[in-house]
Design a protein around this ligand. Structure first.
Ligand SMILES: [Zn+2]
Length: 754
């Protein structure tokens, strides 16, 4: 998945392929090499050729850790030679001898990268981590050397400039466009002087964003909040209090108590803390992180980062960083993303005021004489939620056994919608004994691909859940998809039933939604295949599949009590549904505020960013950005304030101008659920239609057009607002208002990293 999301042309070329094409097709690279006398070296070892296993599945038993470095080095050398051969071709540049040849280059590199990065994610070792550190910068440099190669670009441009005179399939045209635009985006059209300036900007940005992440980390980890008395921590568990005492001693405050800050503005211990002054102290320390309240202050840093990004965008002829960064997104421009988010603000602000009034009432009933503040919010919201909805997670889990969730829930849904069937197999090598493998059969009974399911948490796995491919579907190579889903479900002790929480049930449906996007891929080129789509699109097909987790027919088929076999009571499911609309003013509001803040920063021109030349102006910019729209930053502050917003100010670009993507795909998702509900729900006809219009299209066409082909119209925001309990234009709406939609607990995207 990750490789796909990053699949601009450079990364795509990096992960694509070379050698002999199946079906006796001409191989442009081999021909060019012969003509130009450039010799492409042969690889050696396991990764030099395709796997012998069914579907070209990786043979984990044939690879050792010592194989990776030599395989990477060889694979890069081979691709380098392939690129030289393309450039040295004496024939005029054509689509086949340049664009397709580039797409086909680096096949060995694709093989080794897919296996290596799958393992560093889900079953790493110290040695693999070391190799990763060593090889990653080399891979980046290798990718840059291709994307920024002027001779290669000259050939690509020659083909591109001639495109009007060429006969191409729409997919060919898209590949050409992506290849050309990807290189332009990397700087191929800049003058030497501009390119020098971009390099200098990148280098300064690299220093500043590293400094930012170190400061933000220090403000979080090195500056815990110190409390003098045990009574300040009243309400916390004994073990939390003991940890606080230990941390205080460790930090040089023996006899006191210290609470470490967590990443987000809200802090997880706040709801349990009885002492209001202590709550305020903890919250304010979080809210004022890295804003000069202590000796750490990132405000000038972020203004400078914003200015440099805007300057870089200007060198590419773009008005702001967001416009530059969003070149390959569905939303395309910051205005589209901002307009979209701004539509949510009025109903959101109304809901926040309504929720605040309800919470203040609860505070009064509890004997308090103050209005709710952010540090009180979850303490009272959680109380009301527990009373109203009586959600008993442990009781619910007894209806969710992992193997049934997958085989009788997820696979059942895939059969009803798409006609797929599954066969467990035990003959394939896996990288860990807890990985399950299945052959997936298509609606006509033919083999569609292979599915690997790696459900359990373990120390060698990073957090979250994700999907990716060991083999991409491609007609050019004649390959079928080999796909894995990785989750982090706590493993039950030996001999006990493997039960999972409802959040993990949802995530299992979500990740399989990504898998279906990969299985139904029907592309010629790997770099456009399956999930190789825009960042603000790729989460849409996965999110929409969460709807089936609570679809009555599906639910009845898998959610059965592990002892009695009884089906989950409808009332229990209804309570999840109702609870999912509770407290959205805050839950949803803090995400919207963060996404708006991200886009406001990214939409600054160079001059506007340069004008933020004092820390106070940075503060004012942040506050105004939200308040001018009608959001009260002191009532519901953003999930991350600018001074510790790691997603957008750490690393090379991170999620900068991209945090809105979760909301954008949720809009597409909710609107699509509405379409399914209005058209008969879980039917083969609906599934086949969705497969034909969306799931089989990869990144080959305009995303708005794709959506319109599916729904018969452009996407609308209202179903999303309704699902969140936010009804536009209806300020008096009860937050308990319910429709026949399915539940949405924990599906805001944070459970899934990809
Ligand atoms: Zn996802």
């Amino acid at each position: 998945m990750k490789a796909h999301i990053l699949a601009t042309t450079a990364a795509a070329a990096l992960l694509s392929a070379c050698t002999t094409a199946p079906g006796g097709e001409m191989d442009p690279i081999a021909d060019a090499a012969v003509d130009a006398g450039v010799s492409v070296p042969e690889g050696t070892g396991y990764f030099a050729s395709d796997s012998d296993l069914p579907f070209l599945a990786p043979d984990f038993s044939a690879v050792s850790e010592d194989d990776y470095i030599p395989a990477f080095e060889q694979a890069m050398a081979i691709q380098k030679a392939e690129i030289e051969a393309i450039k040295a071709n004496p024939a005029e540049p054509t689509f086949a001898n340049t664009i397709v040849a580039l797409e086909k280059s680096g096949r060995m590199l694709g093989r080794v990268s897919r296996v290596f990065f799958a393992l560093t994610g889900s079953n790493t070792t110290d040695r693999l981590d070391e190799i990763n550190t060593e090889i990653s910068p080399k891979l980046t440099a290798h990718g840059d050397s291709i994307t920024l190669d002027p001779e290669l670009f000259a050939r690509v441009k020659a083909v591109y400039d001639n495109r009007a005179a060429m006969t191409m399939t729409p997919e060919d045209a898209k590949l050409l466009e992506n290849t050309y635009e990807g290189m332009v985006h990397a700087g191929a059209l800049l003058t030497d002087a501009q390119r020098e300036r971009v390099k200098a900007i990148n280098s300064e940005l690299s220093t500043l964003t590293t400094e930012f992440s170190q400061d933000a980390r220090a403000a979080m980890s090195d500056q815990p909040v110190i409390f003098d008395n045990r009574s300040d921590l009243a309400g916390l568990s004994e073990s939390d209090i003991r940890s606080a005492a230990d941390l205080a001693t460790e930090k040089g405050f023996p006899g006191k108590y210290a609470i470490a800050l967590q990443n987000t503005t809200q802090q997880p211990l706040l709801p349990s803390m009885e002492n209001r002054a202590a709550r305020e102290k903890l919250f304010m320390a979080s809210f004022h992180r890295a804003d000069g309240t202590t000796d750490i202050d990132t405000r000038q840093l972020i203004a400078r980062i914003a200015e440099l990004r805007a300057e870089k965008a200007a060198l590419f002829g773009e008005p702001d960083w967001a416009t530059y960064a969003m070149w390959d997104r569905m939303a395309e421009t910051p205005k589209t993303a901002l307009d979209f988010m701004e539509q949510m603000v009025p109903p959101l602000a109304a809901t926040q005021r309504r929720e605040a009034a309800i919470l203040t009432e609860a505070i009064t009933a509890d004997g308090g004489d103050y209005e709710v503040k952010p540090w009180d919010w979850y303490r009272y919201a959680n109380k009301i939620k527990a009373e109203r909805y009586d959600l008993d997670e442990d009781a619910m889990m007894e209806y969710f056994q992992l193997d049934k969730v997958l085989e009788d829930g997820v696979f059942y849904m895939a059969e009803k919608l798409y006609g797929l069937t599954f066969e467990r197999r035990t003959d394939l090598p896996v990288y860990h004994p807890d990985v399950w493998t299945y052959t997936v059969f298509d609606r006509d009974g033919s083999e569609l691909g292979l599915f690997y399911f790696d459900p359990f948490q373990r120390p060698s796995k990073r957090g979250g859940a994700w999907m990716s491919n060991f083999v991409d579907q491609s007609d050019l190579w004649g390959t079928k998809p080999v796909i894995y889903n990785v989750l982090n479900i706590p493993k039950a002790p030996e001999g006990e039933p493997q039960l999972v929480s409802f959040d993990w049930v949802n995530t299992t449906f979500h990740e399989f939604g990504h898998a279906l996007h990969g299985f139904f891929a029907d592309q010629r080129y790997e770099s456009l295949s399956g999930t190789a789509t825009a960042r603000d699109f790729v989460e849409y097909p996965s999110q929409v599949h969460e709807m089936w987790a609570t679809w009555p027919e599906v639910l009845r088929n898998y959610a059965k009590h592990y002892q009695t076999g009884e089906t989950i009571p409808q009332a229990m499911v209804d309570r999840i549904e109702a609870a999912s609309k509770f407290n959205q003013g805050y839950d949803f509001g803090e995400t919207v505020a963060a996404a708006l803040l991200d886009m406001k920063w990214a939409a600054l021109s160079k001059e506007e960013a340069a004008a933020l030349d004092t820390p106070e102006k940075v503060d004012a910019f942040e506050r105004n950005s939200l308040e001018e729209l009608g959001l009260e930053i002191d009532l519901v502050p953003p999930r991350y304030r600018s001074t510790y917003f790691n997603h957008i100010f750490s690393g090379p670009a991170g999620y900068s101008a991209g945090y809105y993507s979760y909301l954008w795909t949720e809009m597409l998702d909710r609107d699509s659920r509405k379409w399914f509900r209005e058209n008969g729900g879980l039917t083969r006809e609906n599934g086949d239609h969705y497969r034909a219009t969306v799931l089989s299209r990869g990144g080959t066409m305009d995303y708005f057009e794709m959506f319109e082909n599916f729904a018969g119209r452009q996407p609308e925001i209202t179903p999303m607002l309704e699902a969140r309990g936010l009804v536009p234009g209806d300020e008096a709406a009860d937050s308990e208002v319910s429709d026949d939609g399915p539940a949405n607990v924990g599906s805001t995207g944070d459970t899934s990293v990809d």
